[in-house]
Ligand binder design. Sequence first.
Ligand code: FES
Length: 127
Amino acid sequence: MAESIEDWIEVARLQDLRPGAIRRAQAKGLTLVLLNLDGVIYALDGICPHQMGPLWNGQFWQGQLECPWHHFRYDPVTGANTYPANVYPDDMPQLRSQIAPLRVFPVRLDGEAILVNLAPNEISSKR
Ligand code: FES
């Protein structure tokens, strides 16, 4: 499917998301978390899939986004849960079922504008 200009939504200005910053954004009814990790901007689901914690109040932990409520961690590139997915043994399905990835939204800059593509076919996530 061809990319449409309407799929790209301005969600913030670069001046409001300096390196190391994490903030909330809303677009098309979605709550996003925007990250500036070492000068690279990422946009992901803003609500933690564990128990709906506010990821925009999270922090960076070794290059990952950590939820402020129970410290689940997510890879900003893939959206994959990196903790506790890496420590739950497979014989604990009740814990495994609490782990889900975040959707990752493509980001581009237009001058100072941070644009996010919310077209469904552009959104990805991985377990
Ligand atoms: S709500 Fe995010 S880790 Fe529990």
